[in-house]
Design a protein around this ligand. Structure first.
Ligand SMILES: *Cc1c(COP(=O)(O)O)cnc(C)c1O
Length: 297
């Protein structure tokens, strides 16, 4: 569903719609739904009993895999960055939820986690956990890109710009794959750097896209009061919740570019709400600790 967002107070020249991928499922939401769809079909098709994946303490991907595993009766194992969480993980809403869905949580040190793609680590996983289907961190594999090519529908050909936040680059890659020639995609990096073009170019020769990290607010999961204020105002004015890691930064960026007349006159812009609202509770706990204002869910 594409929802009209009134931006007439920023510019009378453009139209902005928001693709509500967040409404696909409360936890397996947005792009994580798209990214897991074909992996799940393969796991179920192969009668594989176990899925293993990797993530940080607030990971939307971890929550989505845990929920999907429960739904499809597949055992899930989450290799979690941060040994210090072993005994206190229940204070973290994402990990508590994953545990409640039946995910087996394995906490490893940051040093070990950094080695997670090395042959030695994979051998250790094989020896310890046996037969499993491995899903990479963030869920970006070939099947995930295939799933993300289904985000844009034929009706979306009416838009001139497709704006989406980008982390590993998988979602952006799927969108660029399905882009029409007259369209341009903009990836708003949730972290410092615009390295996601390497992932995109692996999947498509198309070049009608740009990536910016101008709106990463200093890095992954970094927030300030201006961003929190923007998210809360957006919710009040437009009735849609945003998260501070991805979609809040995306909409902040899109609004700023509209204000700066970046888009061609009479452009139709589509921003993709990739979900991720499950992470807000955890972020609010850490904002509270820092005496910063909270995000209204
Ligand atoms: C994971 C995630 C992203 C980033 O997706 P990539 O495919 O890794 O680029 C964007 N938005 C939300 C809400 C996410 O959870």
């Amino acid at each position: 569903m594409n929802q009209k967002i009134d931006v007439s107070f920023l510019s009378g020249d453009v139209v902005l719609d928001l693709k509500r991928e967040d409404l696909l499922h409360p936890i397996i939401s947005g792009n994580k739904f798209r990214k897991l769809k074909y992996t799940l079909a393969e796991v179920v098709g192969r009668s594989q009993k176990c899925m293993l994946t990797f993530g940080g303490a607030f990971s939307n991907h971890i929550a989505a895999v845990a929920a999907a595993g429960k739904l499809h009766k597949i055992h899930t194992i989450g290799i979690i960055r941060g040994e210090e969480l072993t005994h206190v993980y229940k204070n973290n809403p994402t990990l508590r939820y994953a545990g409640e869905q039946g995910m087996e949580l394995v906490f490893v040190s940051r040093e070990q986690y950094a080695l997670k793609d090395t042959p030695a680590f994979l051998t250790w996983l094989d020896d310890t956990y046996g037969d499993f289907y491995a899903v990479p961190e963030g869920g970006t594999n070939d099947l995930a890109i295939k799933g993300c090519t289904e985000i844009l529908t034929p009706e979306d050909a009416q838009y001139d710009y497709i704006c989406v936040c980008t982390g590993t680059g998988g979602t952006l890659a799927g969108i660029v794959c399905s882009l029409k020639e007259h369209q341009h995609a903009i990836g708003f990096s949730a972290l410092k750097g615009t390295f996601q073009d390497e992932v995109v170019s692996k999947y498509t020769p198309k070049t009608n896209y740009t990536i910016t990290d101008d709106y990463c607010f200093g890095g992954y999961a970094k927030v300030n009061t201006e961003l929190i204020h923007f998210i809360n105002t957006f919710k009040k004015e437009h009735g849609v919740g945003l998260d501070p890691v991805y979609t809040g930064k995306l909409l902040y960026g899109v609004f700023d570019l509209i204000k700066k007349d970046y888009f061609k006159k009479n452009s139709r812009i589509l921003a993709v709400h990739t979900g991720g609202m499950q992470g807000v509770a955890g972020m609010n706990l850490s904002l509270k600790k820092k005496n910063l204002p909270q995000i209204n869910i």
